[in-house]
Write a protein that binds this ligand. Structure first.
Ligand code: GLC
Length: 529
């Protein structure tokens, strides 16, 4: 079934946050050797590719999203030799490896920035975005940092400001400079030659800013309590038309190699997001679709979202879906444990490449972090308004030992209080656990081309019941999801065989009539003639 399709179409991606997956040396922080030791778990789960959040040398102000050397491995995670061993071991198991590429900004400790800030006539000055202020103490314009405050930092030495979309220790590169582009393309080639199967490009929609640096307009919908970044509409600082040429060039580099994938991190509404597929699909293969992460959890809203996204896709563009990542609240806490099972079925039965976030497959919650254990710089900048990301980055829960089998030492973030009960080892032994459900869903997706490749057809949305169909070469499957707390039945009569229930207790049941679903139940049904 896979033959005529690139692997990333029928495949399932799995995001690893390396600090929190598996520690092999007892320092409380996960590492590459740890990931190697857990590859067999990923194989058993049935995913096709792992994407690693950044592993490169970094002062770790933003936990690796502040890179000081693009072609090395931070000693915290291991060595380049460990990385090569990881790629080899993953490939041996048939797993692809995707790296995080962070081209929008570097660390302020990167040699490029150190040079750039050293003088106004340094050859690397123009590698970053330097401008004079608008007057005494006033930055060049009103743009805000996503992490709070002005996005301009005054640099005493040369009397100019530099732009940073995130922390002040994360200066933005100037993508209008061809030397910057060339340097980053060479970074890509460095890793592609080492065998990586593609990149997830960090904040792709931020890459190019308005050449006139026009002020961003105020956001009329801003309400107190929202994060300060939302005071303005980032009209001139993000999603500029020129970005698509930048992405197309990255894609050309990807296409110098066989079978690699280009994924973009982009937080934009569907109609703007899909532009990142590029003209004639010469952009990102998969502009990440994060809509499920923030859409209210009810059948109407989810149905509307799916239909809107499907309708916005350019012809022949391949969709994708994401339920969680290292920046957003965990699904199990957002919708509750029962509905998280429905969400898993949705993710793995929709049309498009699914991305799983480590730990979601065992139902890991958003962990409450005591104030003295907060590590996220965003939370430290803007305490108490709910922007903290530590809670979705806690160590993977492997077993019931004190540190969850994650580390022999004290972990960098606390584990969830229920980790002694909710962990891989316990859930492996429980035929109805979240892990067993994920495995069954992945199995189904692997064996049923309708799910992996088939067309999507909405069937009905009534109350909290969402019903859709997937069809491939004349074969159909029906998916019915109850996003509500009351039991429901389909309005239409059906004849079919239950392939899977989120409760995992109705396999092989035949249905002849209206299909009844319990509270928070999802069902995949194979229609019978
Ligand atoms: C992306 C990353 C996030 C990081 C930010 C700045 O959004 O996912 O973790 O803080 O970029 O690099």
């Amino acid at each position: 079934m896979r033959e005529n399709f690139p692997w990333w179409r029928s495949g399932i991606l799995y995001q690893i946050y390396p600090r929190s997956f598996q520690d092999s040396n007892g320092d409380g922080v996960g590492d590459l050797r740890g990931i190697i030791a857990r590859l067999s778990y990923l194989r058993e789960l049935g995913v096709d590719a792992l994407w690693l959040s950044p592993i490169f040398p970094s002062p770790m102000e933003d936990f690796g999203y502040d890179i000081s050397d693009y072609t090395g491995v931070d000693p915290l995670f291991g060595t380049l030799a460990d990385f090569d061993a990881l790629v080899a071991a993953a490939h041996d198991l048939g797993l692809k490896v995707i790296l995080d590429l962070v081209p929008n900004h570097t660390s302020d400790q990167h040699p490029w920035f150190i040079e750039s800030r050293s003088s106004k006539d340094n050859p690397k000055r123009d590698w970053y975005i330097w401008r004079d202020g608008r007057g005494e103490g006033a930055p060049p314009n009103n743009w805000l940092s996503e992490f709070g405050g002005s996005s301009w930092e005054f640099d005493e030495r040369t009397g100019q400001y530099y732009y940073h979309a995130f922390l002040r220790t994360q200066p933005d590169l100037n993508w209008r400079n061809p030397d910057v582009r060339r340097a980053m393309h060479d970074v890509m080639r460095f890793w592609l030659r080492r065998g990586v199967d593609g990149f997830r490009v960090d904040v792709m929609w931020h890459l190019i800013k308005d050449d006139l640096l026009r002020d961003n307009p105020p956001n009329p919908d801003f309400a107190p309590g929202r994060q300060p970044y939302e005071r303005l509409i980032p009209l001139y600082s993000t999603d500029r038309p020129e970005v698509h040429a930048v992405v197309a060039e990255m894609r050309e580099v990807i296409d110098e190699f066989d079978d690699r994938v280009l994924i973009g991190e982009i937080y934009l509404p569907p109609e703007k997001l899909v532009a990142y597929y590029g003209r004639d699909l010469t952009g990102a293969h998969l502009p990440f679709n994060f809509a499920l992460i923030s859409t209210p959890w009810n059948a109407q809203a989810v149905a509307k979202l799916i239909d809107g996204y499907e309708a916005a896709l350019p012809p022949a563009a391949w969709p994708n879906w994401v339920l969680g990542n290292h920046d957003r609240q965990r699904i199990a806490s957002r919708v509750g444990h029962d509905q998280a099972r429905v969400a898993a079925m949705l993710l793995l039965t929709l049309r498009g490449t699914p991305t799983l976030y480590y730990g979601d497959e065992i139902g890991m919650p958003q962990v409450k972090i005591p104030p003295d254990r907060v590590r996220d710089p965003w939370e430290k900048n803007l305490p108490g308004i709910g922007v903290g990301r530590d809670g979705c980055r806690t160590p993977m829960q492997w077993d019931s030992t004190p540190h969850g089998g994650f580390s022999a030492g004290e972990p960098w973030l606390p584990l969830d209080k229920n980790s002694a009960r909710e962990n891989v080892t316990a859930e492996r032994q429980d035929a109805t656990s979240m892990l067993s459900l994920y495995r069954a869903l992945i199995d189904l997706r692997r064996t049923k081309p309708e799910l992996a490749l088939g067309a999507y057809r909405p069937v009905s949305v009534t109350n909290e019941l969402l019903v859709f169909e997937r069809e491939h070469q004349g074969q159909r499957l029906l998916v019915a999801l109850n996003l509500g707390a009351a039991s429901v039945a389909t309005a239409i009569r059906l004849r079919g065989r239950v392939l899977l229930s989120t409760f995992m207790d109705r396999q092989a049941e035949t249905v002849d009539g209206r299909l009844e679903l319990r509270s928070a139940e999802g069902i995949v049904l194979e229609p019978l003639a």
